[in-house]
Write a protein that binds this ligand. Structure first.
Ligand code: NAD
Length: 438
């Protein structure tokens, strides 16, 4: 195993997204000239700078931005990230992935993402509240229920969404404005089931993929061994849900390291230990492991659910899993993709594997527009149907690419190629139907 730096592999999510797109379009012969450029670049980026009074009476200028990548299929959709290092570049990459994902899981949205350069760990609640409200005022009608709909992302939460909704509502009296933002508290129109939607969507997609029988030696979750990197919203939900579905969780990590137990970990004990101690490390009667160990763990299914570019040219050859489920965004570099494909490891790509979050965000938006509140059973059933449809569309596309491969020099299609082909075709179709060109 060598480090990513030693291999000169990419660490830039925008380059990863572009390379995945470039590879996918080699499978599409009839893409109209100009479409590639149109699909790959963000449609619009709004930058705002605004002054905020800090609690100590000083004034600080805050920089925020919102990237709307594409809205051919509907209003932009994507989170807002508060982080001292957030850049337009990173946010453009995440907005691009949202465009691909919304098309693949077939919700009527485009892709967007936002960022505010600030360090929430050093800000009081009152300062965060003023930053959020002023950011919404500055964005004006760049966001709205039918233009661009934000959601939580890194260091933003239900409270941030409540402030966004309230500020926008004050700016647009006399309208039902709940659908301006998703990920709200339940009482303000949030949806039941949103919290665990991404993890549940990963489970649904994995189960459906296994039913298709294209992962050699693995046709069900029953007794399958699973290793998970990251125990935040997505990783922790996935751990509990895969366990409930009959899988054995044999290793998990967080940012400080991890634990393993060949007999299977108890998800409730893992979560309780992490809550009490800040990390899973030290859970009694388990073996302590590193994040490098986890990625190379002997298991059937590896679920990266933490950060981007974790599996790269330096460690992909060590992966022992039969299936990698990309619950995080962009956890594999393109070089890792190729290495895993050559080893026969199947990769369930992020735009499918973590699409459950945006599906339930769509459900929240629909409930808001209709002034409805669905029951949990309805949300889960509809999520499952959408995830199954997304997997079926990807697998069907993969079989077509495999059978019609008239250029063997480009190698075999991957599931990511197949999913991207579905996405690009769906986007290109609406662009042509709308006759966007003038
Ligand atoms: P989160 O902040 O809740 O959790 C991230 C977890 O990763 C934490 O447990 C942290 O300790 C761990 N972590 C950080 N660095 C690590 C490292 N080097 N090794 C191992 N673990 C590490 O984030 P989240 O919402 O769970 O999101 C995780 C990933 O899933 C991100 O890529 C995110 O973009 C993606 N995603 C999230 C959602 C959602 O609904 N939350 C939807 C789609 C995609």
């Amino acid at each position: 195993m060598s480090s990513r730096a030693q291999t000169n592999d990419v660490t830039d999510l925008l380059i990863v997204a572009r390379e995945q797109f470039e590879r996918a379009i080699t499978w599409i012969d009839d893409l109209k000239e100009g479409m590639v450029d149109y699909l790959v670049h963000p449609k619009r980026t709004v930058h705002v700078r605004f002054p905020i009074t800090m609690d100590d009476g000083s004034v600080k200028t805050i920089h925020g931005f919102r990237v709307l990548h594409n809205r051919a299929r509907g209003p932009g959709k994507g989170g807002i990230r508060y982080h001292p290092d957030v850049t337009e570049h990173e946010v453009a990459a995440l907005a691009t992935l949202m465009t691909w994902k919304t098309a693949l899981v077939d919700v009527p949205f485009g892709g967007a993402k936002g960022g505010v350069v600030c360090n929430p760990k050093e800000l009081s609640r009152a300062e965060l509240r003023r930053i959020t409200r002023r950011f919404v005022i500055e964005l004006g009608d760049a966001i709205g229920p039918h233009t661009d709909i934000p959601a939580p992302d890194v260091y933003t939460d239900q409270q941030t969404m409540a402030w966004i909704y309230d500020t926008f509502d004050v700016m647009h009296p006399g309208h039902n404005n709940r659908a301006v933002v998703t990920g709200k508290p339940l009482e303000l129109g949030g949806s039941v089931g949103r919290e665990e939607a991404t993890g549940r969507g990963s489970l649904n997609a994995t189960e459906r993929l296994l039913e298709h029988g294209i992962v050699r030696g693995l046709d069900s979750l029953n007794g399958a061994t699973v290793a998970i990197q990251g125990l935040g919203n997505v990783g922790a939900s996935a751990m509990s849900l895969f366990h409930e579905a009959g899988a054995k969780i044999v290793a998990v990590t967080d940012s400080q390291g991890g634990v393993a137990d060949a007999q299977g970990l108890d998800p409730d004990a893992v979560i309780a230990h992490k809550k009490e101690n800040g990390s899973v490390v030290g859970l009694p009667e388990t073996k302590t492991i590193t994040n490098d160990d986890l990625l190379a763990w002997d298991c059937d299914i590896l679920i990266p659910a933490a950060l981007e570019c974790q599996v790269h040219a330096g460690n992909a050859a060590d992966v022992k899993a039969k299936l990698v489920v990309e619950s995080a965004n962009g956890p594999l570099t393109p070089k890792a993709d190729t290495i895993l494909q050559d080893k026969g490891v199947v990769v369930l790509p992020d735009i499918v594997a973590n699409g459950g979050g945006v599906v339930v965000s769509y459900f929240e938006w629909v409930q808001n527009l209709e002034n409805q509140q669905w029951k949990l059973g309805k949300v889960e059933e509809r999520l499952k149907n959408r995830m199954y449809d997304a997997v079926d569309a990807m697998v069907e596309s993969w079989r077509v690419l495999l059978e019609g491969n008239n250029k063997p020099e480009r190698g075999q299609p991957s599931l990511r190629d197949a999913a991207m082909v579905v996405t690009i075709r769906r986007l290109a179709k609406v662009v042509l139907q709308r006759d966007i060109w003038m």
